[in-house]
Every structure is written in structure tokens, then in C-alpha cells.
Write a protein that binds this ligand. Sequence first.
Ligand SMILES: Cc1cc2nc3c(=O)[nH]c(=O)nc-3n(C[C@H](O)[C@H](O)[C@H](O)COP(=O)(O)OP(=O)(O)OC[C@H]3O[C@@H](n4cnc5c(N)ncnc54)[C@H](O)[C@@H]3O)c2cc1C
Ligand code: SF4
Length: 568
Amino acid sequence: MPQVVRSPKPYDVCIIGSGAGGGTAAKILTEGGLNVVMLEAGPPLNPEKDYKEHLWPYDLPHRGIGVGGKLRREINDEFTAPNGAWEIDGEPYTSAPGSRFRWFRSRIVGGRTNHWGRIALRFAPIDFKSRSTDGMGDDWPITYDELAPYYDKVESYIGVFGTKENIPSAPDGIFMPPPPARCTETVVKKACDKLNVLCIPSRMAIITKPLNGRAACHYCGQCDRGCLTASNFSSSQVMIPPAQATGRLTLIPNAMAREIVVGKDGKAHAVSYIDKTTRIEKRVNAKAFVVAASACESARLLLNSKSALFPDGLANSSGAVGRYLTDSVGTSGGGYFPQLEKMPPHNHDGVGGMHMYIPWWKFDRKNDFLRGYHIEMYGGRGMPGVGEFDGVCEEFEGYGLTLKHTCRSMYGTYIGLEGRGEMIPNPQSYCDIDPVTVDQWGIPVLRFHWQWSDNEIKMAKDMQETFRSIVEAAGGIYTTKASPDAPRPYGIADGGVIIHELGTARMGVNPKTSVLNKYCQAHDVRNLFVADAAPFVTNADKNPTLTIMALSWRTSDYLLDQAKKGNL
Ligand SMILES: Cc1cc2nc3c(=O)[nH]c(=O)nc-3n(C[C@H](O)[C@H](O)[C@H](O)COP(=O)(O)OP(=O)(O)OC[C@H]3O[C@@H](n4cnc5c(N)ncnc54)[C@H](O)[C@@H]3O)c2cc1C
Ligand code: SF4
């Protein structure tokens, strides 16, 4: 049995993971006076070296698309912020027979907040009470009003642009001024107005005015590469630095947590982790633990932390760890607007993402499906990305000057629409520990089970019909062919592909059916908290990260209070 190296220093709190949830907890807990150790499975981030915000294709070894072009059309090409990928060498996951699930993970300080799209939407009051509304799924143990002050805190601190609209399905927040709509977005907005579909300025965690020493966005449009001026939000640039400035954060990078160790008293005492640089197993002790490794990694860690007291995994007396896994319902469509051909060149610069979006607008009527969706949009004439003209070359014959002319006249005439809808948890969608496969450190890996229900398929159908009607109302030609046939009816994305996986250690009032109480504290283990998307009870149509941060801030305030009272 190899020796485990034990850290002599006991910390107040150990946080596992440095992404949206872990970073927020680190800031609040250290500023609140606690000594915190943070274990992060990835290396440190150096934005100056690691972010490729202003590089040209010829600056990169494969012009950005990887060896043999294998990253062409992937979301993680050589330009994008580092260490985020669908597959990580030596760290596999599996899917059960008949299940299709993809898992995008980041291994770097800041986690996937280095890669995310920065769309920052609040859940609506109804999203916390959906079972009371339609009888499906469950209600959260907290209301919108209980979380709203924390949305305020997060938005004020990180900076989110948007406009106040007073739409019930998309609550307003504390916003910076948004950038103006681009040409293609104006075309879509006009079509939406004709169809009575809401279309409003988007809400993104990008600052349009200086904030806390961060410069305002300079509209280079390259947010997915990471932002050297920290004008968009990443945990690595916005949450971790103030925590470090307190002098109370010990950040241990390349530390892969393997197991949370419990004592005879039923409390968590330590975390065993693999030091990835030496492959030696080490252990840190703390009085409380905040698991924020991302929803599925957190479930994996809890399920792998078996003991005599918790034979089915830590804090899992309910059997709910890994269950209730959901992702957003996603399908995409695209259209082409002939009226934009030969448009005189003009400036479409802006943030690295949409300036307008379509919030859920059919909340006041009966639909063919329960819950709702929003629509994101992409297009216009920003800086051409890697593989931008592949589609043109596939569609039009020619080479040389003729092809160049075609590219020029077609560029900026397409618009992409992406639906993001609510999935209701079902018993067939969950993750558990694969009985056979282990990663390169011998840690058992996750196995995903996945099934969409009819409700989600109907929602994807509605999305496709809406995309078509918007494009056609705008005088465009809808080019997507999404058939109702399996395996992906109406183009519905496989589980995990929208990268909004959550619910694997959900909150609830009943310890028999939930893992955490209303403060994201484990029902079974008083000094154990979860601070990522695992506690979510519903996967509303909103992208989850703003809510992860608001919940983590609230959990951290509660933890501080408990620490002061000596209750940990
Ligand atoms: C391309 C892309 C676009 C996205 N766009 C949006 C968007 O527009 N809006 C939105 O709301 N969300 C978006 N998301 C999702 C968003 O990134 C996540 O919801 C968010 O980052 C989750 O935060 P987290 O703290 O739960 O986990 P993460 O950010 O994934 O961080 C988890 C961290 O924990 C570490 N870790 C994992 N396991 C261990 C372990 N065993 N020991 C130690 N450390 C560990 C990881 O290395 C990682 O750094 C997007 C994601 C991607 C990839
Ligand atoms: S568009 Fe703005 S926020 Fe995004 S990378 Fe460029 S400067 Fe940064």
C-alpha cells in the first residue's frame, strides 16, 4: 500500500474545483475570514501565455484546427482557452448501451468559465415552483425571492449587460448597457416583431463599462479564446484573484480529489487527492468541505467516497446522488438571407456572442409540451473563425477568384438559431460508477445513462418550426433539414452536448429523495456542502452558470455563519 502524504495544516474549509461554483465560494469564504485550501485538478492559468485572444491563424501550428484538421468545427480548436475538451487523455467516461452522452470538461484553474459563452440569465420565479405549476418533477426548497439578492450580488460584482424588460419568464437583473444589435440581428428582430415573438438585447457576463479594475470590452469578438483584459467573466480572473489577495487561499493545482474521508463521528475529515505532477496520493484536512468539481464530477467524487457509514457513497443515503441528471434540450437551425448578399462591408464587431436573444415568449398559453425554451442567435460579419468558409465551399463549386467572390458575397448572410429548453428529470437519465473502467490514477469513472422523453422531442419540433417561421418572416430561406426520425428527432442534441448538465445531488426538504438541504448542505453530513450545478432541482431554459454562482454565494454566506456559531 503506497504511503499517503498528509498535510500538517488543518484548514477551515477545503474547496474541490475552481470553476464558477468553487471560485465564488473561495472569494466569499476567504473574504469572510476563513482559511481555505482549494484542490484543482488542472494546472494554473496564465492568461498572457494561455489565452490566444489576438493571434492570427498563421501564428498557430495548425492554423488553429489541430493535427490533420481534427479540431475543425469543434468548439475547442487551438484558439480557444486551453484545457477544455470533449475527451481528456487518461480520463475516460462511459455511456451505457443505448445511451448517447457527451461530457465537456475543463482541467485548468477556472474550469469551464474559461470556455463558456458568458450567457448569464436568471431563473424565473416559476422555475423554482414547476411541480406546483404542472405536476412534473419537483419544486426547489427555495424560492426566487430567496435567491434574488444573490443574483443581485453576483451581477453587481461580475458585470452583466442587458436591459430591463419586465418579462415574467426572464427576470431583469442589475445590468450594464448592452451593445447595439448587429445587422443580421436587426433582421431577426423585425421578423420576431411581425410574429409576436419577443426579441430583446442579450444578457451576458461581459462588462461594457470598467468595473473593479477590469477594462471595458474592446469588442474583439473572441470571448471563447479567453479575454486578456478580463472584460468577460472567468472564475480564474474575477473570483480567484480577490480570494488570493486575502492571503487566506492555498490553491493546489494539479490535485485530483479521489475520495472524501469521513470519521467515526459521521463528519468529513479530509480529502485524499492525487498530485498529478508526482502521482503521489496526498491528503488535506479541514473542518468543512465544499464540493464544486462540476455537477457530474461532484457526483463521481461522492459515489467513490464509500465507507462503513456510507456504503453507497458519501451523503447518499437517499440514493439520489447521480440521479435526476438533466441537460438543456438543444436543436439548431440556420437560414440564409439573400437580401444581405453584396451588403457593403461594415462593422459587425461586438462581444464574442449574440447581442440579441429570444427569451421564452409562450409562457401565457397552452403549448404541446410542458415548460419552455429560449433561442440564441449567431451570424454576421465578425472576424472569420476557423473553417468559416467550409460551408460555402461545400455548397458552391469553383476555386480561385470566383470562389473568393462567392465567399465575400455570402459572408454575413447566414444566421444560426439555437434552441435551449427545459428537460424534466426522468428515471432513465442518470450517472453512476462504471463497474469496470478506471482512469489513469485508478479512480473509477462515470457511466452515463440517457433518454429524452416525448416532452423534449415535442419541444425540439416546436423549436424547428419557430426557427423556420422566423427565417421565412425575415425574407430568408431556411436551410436546415431536421427530420422527425431517430436517433436525433428534429435535430435534438445528444445528452451533455449543450454542456448544461446538472441535478446530480439535488436540494430538497425530504432527505429520502434529496441529497442537500436548502443551503446546499448534505442532509447526511453536516460539514459537507455542494456548490456547483449538482444541487439544481430543475434545469430551466436558462443557462445555469449565473445560478451556480448565486447559489454558491448563498451557501458560502450560510457556511460563514455556521462557522461563526461553531456549528461545523
Ligand atoms: C463552450 C461552453 C460554452 C458554455 N456556455 C455557457 C453559457 O453561455 N452560459 C452558461 O450559463 N453556461 C455555459 N456553459 C456552462 C458553464 O461553463 C458551466 O455551467 C460552469 O462552468 C460550471 O461551473 P462549475 O463550477 O460547476 O464547474 P466547472 O467550471 O466545470 O469547474 C469545475 C472544476 O473542477 C475541477 N475538478 C473536477 N474534478 C475534480 C477533482 N476530482 N478534483 C479536483 N478538481 C476537480 C475541474 O478541473 C474544473 O476546473 C458553457 C460551457 C462550455 C464548455
Ligand atoms: S469581445 Fe470583449 S470580452 Fe470578449 S474577448 Fe474581446 S474584449 Fe474580451
